[in-house]
Write a protein of this length. Structure first.
Lengths: 113, 113
């Protein structure tokens, strides 16, 4: 398995507080992604990165920002968490996006009260 | 924009019987199609992909998928189901910037002993 880890794995926070989720990969993959998983919606793309300091928005980017200062780290920030952002967040990475073979982390379960 | 539909929320099959998990897609141009599997409390794992060539694609754990262009379908199949195949299965299509994947809502496969 590709070395991709997410932290924290579980977090409970209150509405209005900032939250940062971290994704770390040791595979030197250029491309990284943040998805959220919700019942009835499957996985939806939040943001992705195609290199250091190169990021773009996905399908559900409102309320989220990302940063990629190093190849191995991709941070997802909720500036002011809302209850609608309660979800399971997955990070993924790949060397070649054209292959479609993404390697996923174990997920971060976020609860916003 | 590309999209994927998985019409069944859940598929039930007895161990030893063949299984099919359905997927239909919508995309402009040639489709790049994928299946992923998610076990409880884990990230997604790549199963197989169709890029071009033979309509029957073989993947991991004895799974295969049949691409049908006229019906815009990419159904996942296995000749003989195992209890350990019980998991959540996602179909995905490639599209968008930098080959991002769009996932279906997922189908829960339950294999009974």
């Amino acid at each position: 398995d590709a070395g991709i880890t997410q932290s924290p794995r579980h977090k409970v926070t209150e509405t209005g507080t900032p939250v940062t989720l971290r994704c770390h990969q040791t595979e030197n993959h250029r491309y990284m992604y943040w998805y959220r998983q919700d019942p009835g919606h499957g996985l939806r793309l939040i943001h992705y990165s195609y290199g250091v300091k190169d990021t773009d928005k996905g399908e559900v980017s409102d309320g989220y920002s990302v940063s990629r200062s190093k190849t191995e780290d991709f941070l997802l920030t909720l500036e002011s968490a809302t209850s609608s952002q309660t979800s399971v967040y997955f990070c993924a990475s790949t060397l070649k996006p054209s292959t479609g073979e993404l390697f996923f982390g174990e997920g971060s379960r976020l609860t916003v009260l | 924009a590309q999209s994927v539909a998985q019409p069944e929320d859940q598929v039930n099959v007895a161990e030893g019987n063949p299984l099919t998990v359905k997927c239909t897609y919508s995309v402009s141009g040639n489709p790049y199609l994928f299946w992923y599997v998610q076990y409880p409390n884990r990230g997604l794992q790549f199963l197989l992909k169709y890029i071009t060539g033979d309509n029957l694609v073989k993947g991991s754990y004895g799974f295969e998928a049949e691409f049908n262009k006229s019906q815009t379908s990419f159904h996942l199949k296995k000749p003989s189901a195992l209890v350990s195949d019980s998991a959540l299965y996602f179909c995905a299509v490639e599209g968008g910037g930098y080959s991002t994947l769009t996932f279906g809502k997922g189908t829960m496969l339950l294999v009974s002993p």
